[in-house]
Write a protein that binds this ligand. Structure first.
Ligand SMILES: NC(=O)c1ccc[n+]([C@@H]2O[C@H](COP(=O)([O-])OP(=O)(O)OC[C@H]3O[C@@H](n4cnc5c(N)ncnc54)[C@H](OP(=O)(O)O)[C@@H]3O)[C@@H](O)[C@H]2O)c1
Length: 325
């Protein structure tokens, strides 16, 4: 496993790091589904053991993943495995769980959620603390105060490194000069690499501020693994954010199938081969520190860590881009 620094900080993360969203299970915030099909904690424990044994040192969490359940599960799993949480880079986020605040980025709410995350994670400090999205209120009214609150948490030793997650170049460009994070986080996968593609607005922003990128949904939520059948598309439960998402519908799966067939022909047709292609495609983009694939069992964990050390040539990258275009 290789390790890369986050921005100019001394925090190093494994190229394959692990996302913890599934660990929150089915969930809703303000009536909107934002969880995943429930997981089995024993299977998660086995998956994390396998990841640690393979050199994974960074776990990406958020207050909103199961409204605290994923943070608490991660702390319990570390205890069960007899490892020290402080030996790992634990990331979490504030922003999608407003509680009773009018906006999640009110300074008092940031402080409250930070304290609650520390309790849930059983930690005295968070290694990497993100603003989860780029909506700082009407006209960005909360941005300055939210950033100042985050800086105070750093000064108090509660946060080591700041991160900014967002879903548009506009949001990143507004937030970065004020928040001054070391790491940006958004989606990046072989079907949509708009934030990491060389020459893109966010890539330029990262060059200008010397930032790293943490790539979520690197498997396009498993759509790049060819695990779905257009004749029998997956059905998801209420509380799973994928329910009703067109990307998992019969038409979208059918359109993707022939493209994935081209990848299988060149790189091999196992799930391991496709996972290695998906994860390494993103790891080859400049400024990417790590990919953070989600997982729900040891089989998936094993499949995803085996991508470490498999490489792609410039011709391979061009082939993948062309095949999925
Ligand atoms: N900052 C943000 O706003 C944000 C947004 C999204 C995600 N994230 C973070 O990024 C992490 C990963 O993103 P993601 O979960 O959206 O997408 P992803 O990593 O592309 O997909 C993960 C999902 O794909 C399935 N899967 C994973 N490995 C597999 C394998 N080897 N074989 C078959 N199926 C496999 C699992 O779900 P099933 O078993 O249910 O198919 C798993 O939960 C999250 O856990 C979270 O930490 C952050």
């Amino acid at each position: 496993m290789n390790y890369r620094n986050l921005g100019t900080s001394d925090v190093k993360v494994s190229e394959i790091s692990f996302g913890c969203w599934t660990m929150g299970g089915l969930n809703w915030v303000n009536g909107n589904p934002n969880g995943w099909a429930n997981v089995d904690e024993d299977e998660i424990t086995e998956g994390i053991k396998l990841a640690i044994d393979a050199g994974v040192n960074h776990f990406d969490n958020a207050d909103v993943y199961g409204n605290g359940r994923a943070e608490r599960m991660l702390a319990r799993v570390f205890e069960k495995l007899g490892v020290k949480s402080e030996d790992f880079v634990v990331a979490t986020k504030i922003g999608h769980f407003p509680g009773t605040a009018a906006h999640a980025y009110e300074p008092a709410h940031i402080r409250h959620q930070c304290e609650q995350s520390l309790i849930n994670l059983k930690r005295d400090y968070i290694d990497l603390y993100y603003f989860h999205h780029g909506d700082f209120g009407p006209n960005g009214a909360l941005l300055e105060d939210a950033a100042a609150t985050m800086d105070a948490l750093v000064d108090e030793g509660k946060v080591r490194v700041k991160g900014q997650s967002a879903y548009s170049a506009d949001d990143f460009e507004r937030a970065v000069p004020v928040v001054r994070p070391q790491a940006l986080q958004s989606w990046a996968h072989a079907l949509d690499d708009q934030f990491v593609r060389p020459g893109s607005r966010v890539a330029k922003l990262m060059d200008e501020h010397n930032l790293s990128f943490v790539a979520f949904s690197p498997l396009a939520q498993a759509r790049l693994l060819d695990k779905y059948d257009p004749n029998n598309p997956p059905e998801f439960e209420p509380g799973d954010h994928r329910k009703g998402n067109g990307g998992f519908g019969a038409e979208a799966i059918a359109a993707l199938k022939p493209k994935l067939a081209k990848l299988k022909e060149r790189f091999g047709d196992s799930t391991e081969d496709l996972a290695a292609v998906a994860l390494n495609y993103i790891l080859e983009q400049p400024r990417v520190a790590c990919v953070i694939p989600g997982f729900r069992n040891p089989r998936q964990a094993k499949c995803n860590v085996q991508a470490a050390g498999r490489t792609l040539s410039a011709e391979d990258l061009a082939f993948i881009k062309e095949a999925l275009a």
